[in-house]
Design a protein around this ligand. Sequence first.
Ligand SMILES: C[S@@+](CC[C@H](N)C(=O)[O-])C[C@H]1O[C@@H](n2cnc3c(N)ncnc32)[C@H](O)[C@@H]1O
Length: 296
Amino acid sequence: MKYFHKPVFLAEVLEHLIYDINGIYIDTTFGSGGHARGILKKISNKGKLIAFDQDQFSILKNKICDKRIIFFNANFRNIKQILKDYNKQVLKNVSGIMADLGVSSYQIDTPQRGFSIRFNNILDMRMDLSKNKSALNIIKTYSFENLNNIFYKYGEFKNPKRISRKILLNRKFINTTFDLVKLFKNNIKFLSRLFQALRIEVNDEINALKKLLKQSINLLKPGGILAIISYHSLEDRLVKNFFKSGNIHGIIRSDNKGNNLSQFKKRFTKRICHDKKEISKNNRATSAILRITQKI
Ligand SMILES: C[S@@+](CC[C@H](N)C(=O)[O-])C[C@H]1O[C@@H](n2cnc3c(N)ncnc32)[C@H](O)[C@@H]1O
């Protein structure tokens, strides 16, 4: 059965992303194909859509039969090499790239995937099921320092040591999502951040995003659009600074006249956040931030 994920900011993404109906577009996070279907509706018969998703099931279950779309069941962190191998002419010739980061409703709502605090299952959280590292591996094997590091960096906990210590003392007994929920007996906000930290580490999400942003410069043609939807401040900060500076360190470089050397047009950056109408239609939109920029 197909699983439909309600696309977040669909109208806004389509409005800004598709400026040339004959262009090549990339959806780096195909998911259930909500945005991809919208893009296909808008582009012409000559247009092309390249879709990536690292989750084997996402493409298997939601594949769209349309000669204009090509699928890569792959991590977007390797996007440039994959496209180079596919067709070198794509490089520097892409009209628009989009990413709708994080997990899909399908992944969250499938108990066996172990992403959700709502279902009891083995702590898995892998988006790419061919990888070895799961959340359970982290719980069972990470050192105190490494646990502190991920809870501090990815969960934004001010005092991660308390959490790491509790996990180390109880790691023998932790196997499932509910084991972790029961161990901390805490509120949803705390647990969501704990699960988020583990998920980001399992899927190396921040490094993958950095690689995507960096490579986007070499894929987009001048005037090309980059649209990113983030769901937490770590991702959004990275995207915002990259859009401002044109590099993943967020360092603004200027020429001797003081002009920003970023390859992106800052004035085109948009932030659409907490749209009440969208949130009432779609829960996932609560924390979503869409930023759009244009390559000079
Ligand atoms: C929020 S969902 C996208 C939903 C999609 N826009 C839709 O409308 O159905 C995110 C998807 O991106 C995929 N994903 C996340 N990080 C990825 C990465 N580094 N490379 C490839 N796919 C990734 C996930 O597996 C998931 O299916």
